[in-house]
Structures are given as C-alpha cells and as structure tokens.
Write a protein that binds this ligand. Sequence first.
Ligand code: FMN
Length: 218
Amino acid sequence: MAQTSALAKISDPPIDPVQLFKHLIETAGQGKPFIEMNLATIDEEFGVLNRTVVYRGLSSDNHVFYITHRYTRNCKNLQANPKACLTFYLPLVKNVDGMDKETLDSWQVRLIGATAVELPESEMDALWAKEDLPAKIRGHVFPCGEPVDYEQQKAKHDGFLNEHLSTGRAIERPATYTGWKFQPQLWDFLKVGQGQIADRVQYRLQSNGKWQSMHVAT
Ligand SMILES: Cc1cc2nc3c(=O)[nH]c(=O)nc-3n(C[C@H](O)[C@H](O)[C@H](O)COP(=O)(O)O)c2cc1C
C-alpha cells in the first residue's frame, strides 16, 4: 500500500453551480449513451425510496430533469410530496493508447432539498419524439411494478411491435408520459482522485436568489 496522501482541490469554482455541473456532465458523458442519476423520494410505505433514472438534460430554466410515467411509484411519490434528493456519480476518464481508460478524478454531485416540478404538457410532444422504440413500447404495454408473466409480456410486446412495423403508424404519446425538473436548495460537489482526501464545494441558495459557495470538509 502506497504511503502517500494528498488533498483534492476544486479550483476556481464558478459563481453558478449549473455551470460547473454542465462542465462535468460534458466531460463525463463523452462516449456514453446516457448519464444516470439516483433519485430519492419520500414514500408512504418505506419512508424513503430511491432508484436509478436517466438524466435527460436541463430544462429551459436550467433545472435537471428526467422522464417517467404517471403510473410509476416515483411519479406518485413526487405528486404526493415534491421533496427529493438527487445524486450523480461522475468518474472522469481519459483514453490511454486509444484502448484503456484511466480514471482521473471522480465527482459526486448532489442536489439537496430539491423541489420537483412537473414539466408542462406543452413540452412533452418534443420529448416523446426523441424517445427510442423500446421506450415508446414500454410506455404502452408495461404495467410498472406489478407482477408479470414473462411469456404474456413478450407476446404483448411482440404484438405491439409487429402492428407498429406493419402499419408504419407513429406510436402515440400515452397520457401517462411525463417529466419532472428539480429546483435544489443546495448543490454539493465532491471531487476525489486516487490516494486523495476529497474536496467539496457547496452552493447554497440565498433569499435574494443568488448562490453562496464555500469549500466544506468532506
Ligand atoms: C439505467 C437505468 C435507467 C433508468 N431510467 C429511468 C427513467 O428515466 N425513468 C424511470 O421512471 N425509470 C427509470 N429506470 C427504472 C427505475 O430505476 C425504476 O426501476 C422504476 O422507475 C420503478 O421505480 P419506482 O417503483 O421507484 O417508481 C431506469 C433504470 C435503469 C437501470
């Protein structure tokens, strides 16, 4: 075991946390089909419930958003109580010799004390148009969270797919299709490399709408 130790440093954090977030997403997202995030909600049965969802980008007013269906538990949780917390784990890698990848720094981004706001209906058609075929079929035929018989589900899926392919008709956006954006009270950025003690920068939303930032011990 190496007997060295160092301190990670987040140098010159920008005034706006979204600017830092965008930079990390662009760097971590290179060569990846999508970026996942972990969404925790308040659940009546379990107290807290989390799951992995796909980060879909920033809304027109610069808030992280994701897509779901109204029949999911995550959506029902947010409807009942819009408080949520999100985490991203973003290892930044560089290609070595075009083959191997070397991890540089790992980042964790947390949106703390976030309030979820449902995306307006007027924005959903454009998002639906960008969905891939499996996502469109899932939206129609799969009862999320209910016990299912695989063969029955497969028959339902294949029937739907064949109908779509043979008629060439567009798959309509189901009424359940929706999305939520998150307005955090606090952004927490943690950076660490191999053999280092992490650095953390927090941005706290002030009553005047501006962000106050500070390094905090990890
Ligand atoms: C890589 C990955 C991405 C996912 N993306 C989404 C998503 O964007 N929206 C969603 O509702 N569920 C997504 N899921 C499924 C959720 O993790 C979860 O299983 C599902 O939403 C049901 O969770 P719930 O019972 O808490 O609602 C994804 C799962 C994985 C593994």
